[in-house]
Design a binder for this molecule. Structure first.
Ligand code: NAD
Ligand code: UGA
Length: 464
């Protein structure tokens, strides 16, 4: 790579206007008013939604995002489908495209599908002008930068007016708290070979992130740290969910156990909430990618270790569906069951790998009729996730009261604040008795539910 001093960053292009590209670039634009930020995507519908005058129609739901976009859009934040033009105008190009698990060919079911990342590298190689810093923002297998660099170096060889530096700058935001995480990150990680390029990117973040929170590493440590962070987080959830199952068998209470172990400063209290298993677009895909890499590098024992985190999660989700069937006298055929929450966590409209999908599919397989409520998820998305249109086997309800009417059970799968405030005294008479509340998020008051005349199950609670 040629080491030409990069220009001061005046224009940034981000390829990929998804859950990461959109919010991240909105915050950069907000905090760096002197930088023009061009967010591009090949998905015209998504770009149209980002440009919608009605900020309630942004394609990503994140608390606070509408305000940030409202402040910057049209000023120094622009959304378009003109990918080549944006690359040509930019001093720095972020690649924030999807990196899902491969579904076919070598590594299917585990390795990351890098076709979109490679397409971006080729498009940058074709359209960039002058010196361009290319930033890997997507989560990538360790050593992906090698391929990105190879593609860009070939472009340098054919046109010496152009040069590139490659950086890894993984994103650690969590959905639902994306704006808070971006505005006040625990750390920003920048990996690279060129200190000038690292300095340029650190300068962008430095406009609002304290210098001690900007970590600099080599490329490979940065790429691997992202996969490792997600693997450790997911491992904690599988650990607490495994203990939740044991609590249920032993009259222990996982909330009490979590508080007891989380008080140890070496463990800490966060990420110890038992639930219906982890969902979201990344934990499973990133661990499976780690598993694939470990096998590739001849470390089968390490691969098996991490694979068990995903296996426990899958088992736990099936376990919850099976438990509902068992408590409802061993059969749910023809019974109406209210599903409260379809998003993979609260404060997002994202359903990717949501635990609700597996639980609902299992209950549908048993013949249940599901009445599904979620304050943010579009019913069309639920139909896609369940692989069947709204109709006979499941219906969509705009109100919780509608969902529970005539139901034998309400199953809480997302921890929406509004579900913790439900008045079970008012809902119980609408249900067919004897009725159950299955609280897979531990957000209901057990006493209030029982006083309303309902049976109550809470994840990880063995007390009767
Ligand atoms: P996403 O699917 O929401 O968005 C990706 C976007 O990239 C899509 O809109 C797609 O149309 C666009 N795209 C793909 N190839 C393109 C191309 N060649 N040209 C133009 N546009 C293109 O994905 P996401 O959730 O934003 O995740 C992006 C990356 O960030 C992934 O690697 C993911 O693992 C990582 N990540 C995600 C999160 C999260 O919370 N979702 C957090 C941290 C990291
Ligand atoms: C996660 C990580 O937290 C982010 O740091 C990372 O950037 C991101 O993945 C990514 O790479 O995509 P996210 O999946 O958006 O973020 O949300 P989390 O808050 O981590 O929750 C993931 C899943 O675990 C959810 O289904 C959530 O309900 C579940 N969870 C989380 C629990 O069951 N218990 C907990 O204590 C915490």
């Amino acid at each position: 790579m040629t080491t030409i001093a990069p220009p001061q960053i005046r224009t940034i292009c981000c390829i990929g206007a998804g859950y990461v590209g959109g919010p991240t670039m909105a915050v950069i634009a907000d905090r760096c008013p002197d930088i023009q930020v061009l967010v591009v995507d090949m998905n015209t519908t998504r770009i149209a939604a980002w440009n919608d005058d009605d900020l309630a129609k942004l394609p990503v739901y994140e608390p606070g995002l509408d305000a940030v976009v409202g402040r910057c859009r049209g000023r120094n934040l622009h959304f378009s489908t003109e990918v080549d033009a944006a690359i040509a105008a930019a001093d720095m190009v972020f690649i924030a495209v999807n990196t899902p698990t491969k579904t076919r060919g070598i590594g299917a079911g585990q390795a990351s599908d890098l076709r979109w990342v490679e397409a971006c590298a080729r498009q940058v190689a074709k359209a960039a002008v002058g010196h361009t810093i290319v930033v890997e923002k997507s989560t990538l297998p360790v050593r992906t930068a090698e391929a990105v660099k190879a593609i860009l170096e070939a472009a340098e060889d054919t046109d010496t007016t152009r040069s590139f530096s490659v950086l890894s700058n993984p994103e650690f935001l969590a959905e639902g708290t994306a704006i808070r995480d971006l505005e006040n990150p625990d750390r920003v990680l920048i990996g690279g070979e060129s200190t000038t390029a690292i300095h340029a990117l650190a300068g962008v973040y430095g406009q609002w992130v304290p210098p001690e929170k900007i970590l600099r590493t080599n490329l490979w440590s940065s790429e691997l740290s992202k996969l490792t962070a997600n693997a450790f987080l997911a491992q904690r959830i599988s650990s607490i969910n495994s203990i939740a199952a044991l609590c249920e068998a032993t009259e222990a209470d996982v909330e009490e156990v979590a508080r007891a172990i989380g008080s140890d400063s070496r463990l800490g209290p966060k990420f110890l909430k038992a639930g219906p298993g982890f969902g979201g677009s990344c934990f499973q895909k990133d661990i499976l990618n780690l598993v694939y890499l470990c096998r590739h590098f001849g470390l089968p024992q390490v691969a098996d270790y991490w694979e068990s985190v995903v296996a426990l999660n899958t088992w736990h989700q099936h376990r919850i569906a099976a438990l509902v069937v068992q408590k409802l006298f061993g059969t749910v055929t023809g019974k109406r069951i209210a599903i409260l929450g379809f998003a993979f966590k609260a404060d997002t409209n994202d359903t990717r790998e949501s635990p609700a999908i597996r639980v609902c599919r299992d209950l549908l397989e048993e013949g249940a009729i599901l009445a599904i409520h979620d304050p943010k998820v579009d019913p069309d998305q639920i139909a896609l996730d369940l692989g069947q249109p709204v109709g006979e086997s499941w219906l969509h309800c705009d109100a919780v009261a509608d969902a529970v009417t005539g139901a034998d059970a309400a199953v809480i799968l997302t921890e929406w604040q509004s579900y913790s405030e439900l008045c079970w005294d008012a809902l119980a008479p609408l249900m067919r008795q004897p009725a159950w509340v299955f609280d897979a998020r531990a957000i209901t008051d057990s006493l209030a539910v029982c006083l309303a005349g309902l049976n109550h199950w809470r994840v990880g609670c063995g007390m009767v």
